[in-house]
Design a protein around this ligand. Sequence first.
Ligand code: GDP
Ligand code: ZN
Length: 291
Amino acid sequence: MQGKIVKGIAGFYYVNVNGTEYECKAKGVFRKDHKKPLVGDDCLLDILDEDKRLGNIREIMPRRSELIRPAVANVDQALVIFALTSPQPNLNLLDRFLIMMEQQKLPCIICFNKLDLDTDRLAEQYADIYAACGYEILVVSAKEGKGVDKLRKRLEGKITTVAGPSGVGKSSLINCLLGNSVMETGQLSKKIDRGKHTTRHSQLLQLEGSGYIFDTPGFSSLDLWNLEKEDLAGYYREFGPYERECRFGGCSHISEPICGIKTAVSNGNIARQRYENYCQLYMELKNQKRY
Ligand code: GDP
Ligand code: ZN
């Protein structure tokens, strides 16, 4: 039988086989394949007890991808969620997420939630900034259900990892996405509790039809690891066309005179917020301790 590992807790793996979850050990797998099972892995399993839903993972199928932080296999894309307001989005943190996802070669969708609170029409402003950098932007309201269908379509058939600071509505949105699958399949409510006081584990949540959301606890802020300051500009895609106007090769776009990027910022061709985030991250990388 073939299934997908949706959760791993203390040596037990929970494997979804067509909607039924089996509690499994992975005896022999490490010895044979020299790899530790990961959430997201497709595997072959032997059923040990059908009534008690117990099994043993016999073999891990080849991985399409493997993320290190968080440790998960076969992720297709990342969904980075921020609120338009309340809390006010920290765009510097958003850039960190985007860089981290891009470092891991994950396509990234940016989702702005709380559209119902957007009296200042920030949605358009943010959409403009990030669309100009080539990102896909979705604007939703988990509260009113606006835009959720469109989001659901983008997640179909894929494993999507979710990131974003707390308070932006990640749990609300995930519950929205799961809500329909609960109604349509008539299963008992699987709604998740992301309560602050319960111990949570990284797990895959099955969406209606096909597709999974990878829900990671504590994945809300991050340092930039393994990044050289010289490589940072490469992650600001919209800088690309203007770099040839920099006078100096290897221009850091910080203090050099005659810099194509700085000119583009003052002409309004590159968003000032993005450039300011770039400068801040650059200085951080410059001062970062080396181990
Ligand atoms: P998380 O910490 O990112 O998981 O955020 P939660 O889902 O716990 O939501 C944080 C707060 O924002 C809660 O009080 C939610 O009711 C509220 N919230 C979530 N989505 C929306 C939305 O679309 N509009 C409004 N007005 N409030 C929302
Ligand atoms: Zn420059």
